[in-house]
Design a binder for this molecule. Structure first.
Ligand code: ZN
Length: 304
């Protein structure tokens, strides 16, 4: 079995990232599996990721996590666009992929219902134009969307339980390649997980709604499907989600406030893996790991 942690290095990692990394690592090591770290820097052309990448590995080492692959060039999405292109072309053989010329403003003006992740349900105007052979808009580079059939995807998450989504009515045609040529996260994740043999995906439950799209891409490409575990979000003492409080709970601050052993012990107690907080190393926590202990509801942070 192979597990993974795949951060986007848009800044110093925060407590939510460390928690996610720890859980993915624990599950992999508990099962005697391998663990890989992948850097999701797809947007390297627009974002400045370099200053943060070394810190990702440094903060993971501080936490007591090790990995079997992670610092090699293959682990960086920004260096893999030729591979994504290959699978984008393969998808064209088995699904309808069409150019979408809509601007961001046009997409938001279309008064379609919004999904949980904030994206509007695409109204399909460019799909209809493509089917009708209508000439494209001149002078604008298209994004490329994949057309979804009214297909229900179901899976059982190791933490959140049964989950189902109708791709056509709850998701809508989604982008595989942006107009600037950058491949979409949904495609890159599926290709990377499959090619690196990942069998278990552990991540925050804010990504639960993107999982049916990824499962569908796995099936279209003939890849085996990984199992999933979507973690309850950590919230601060005041109930706010930690991701919104990056500034005051980043790994640099945490490392001044606490030791890795104290942090791990507190997290483990909050997640019902141990009875009460006591300092322990990541390696020591492996023996206590089990998915069925993890609550589905938001978990109140013990730090910050
Ligand atoms: Zn369009």
């Amino acid at each position: 079995m192979i597990g993974r942690f795949a951060p986007t290095p848009s800044g110093r990692m925060h407590l939510g990232n460390l928690y996610c990394a720890l859980m993915a690592w624990l599950s992999a090591r508990f099962q005697g599996g391998a663990f890989i770290v992948r850097i999701e820097d797809l947007d390297a052309g627009r974002c400045h990721f370099e200053p943060h990448i070394e810190k990702v590995f440094d903060d993971l080492r501080w936490l007591g996590i090790d990995w079997d692959a992670g610092e090699d060039p293959e682990s960086f999405q920004s260096r893999r666009s030729a591979i994504y292109e290959e699978y984008f072309e393969k998808l064209k053989q088995v699904a309808e992929i069409y150019p979408c010329y809509c601007s961001r403003a046009e997409l938001h003006a279309a008064s379609a219902p919004h999904l949980a992740d904030g994206q509007p349900l695409y109204d399909g105007r460019c799909y209809r134009a493509w089917k009708d052979g209508v000439n494209p808009v001149i002078g604008r580079k298209p994004a490329w969307r994949i057309h979804l059939l009214a297909k229900e995807i179901t899976f059982t998450d190791q933490v959140m339980g049964d989950y189902r989504e109708n791709l056509a009515t709850q998701c809508g045609d989604f982008i595989l390649r942006r107009s600037d040529g950058v491949y979409a996260y949904q495609l890159a994740v599926v290709v990377d997980d499959a090619l690196s043999g990942v069998t278990e995906v552990v991540r925050g439950c804010d990504l639960l709604s993107s999982t049916p799209r990824q499962i569908w891409l796995h099936r279209l490409l003939g890849f085996p499907e990984p199992v999933y575990a979507h973690l309850p979000l950590l919230v601060g003492a005041d109930g706010h989600r930690l991701a919104k409080r990056l500034g005051d709970l980043d790994a640099g601050m945490l490392r001044e406030m606490t030791t890795a052993e104290e942090l791990i012990g507190n997290l483990a107690a909050s997640l019902n893996l141990i009875d009460r907080p006591e300092p322990l190393t990541a390696r020591e926590l492996v023996a206590h790991f089990r998915w069925d202990a993890i609550p589905k509801e938001d978990v109140r942070s013990v730090v910050g």
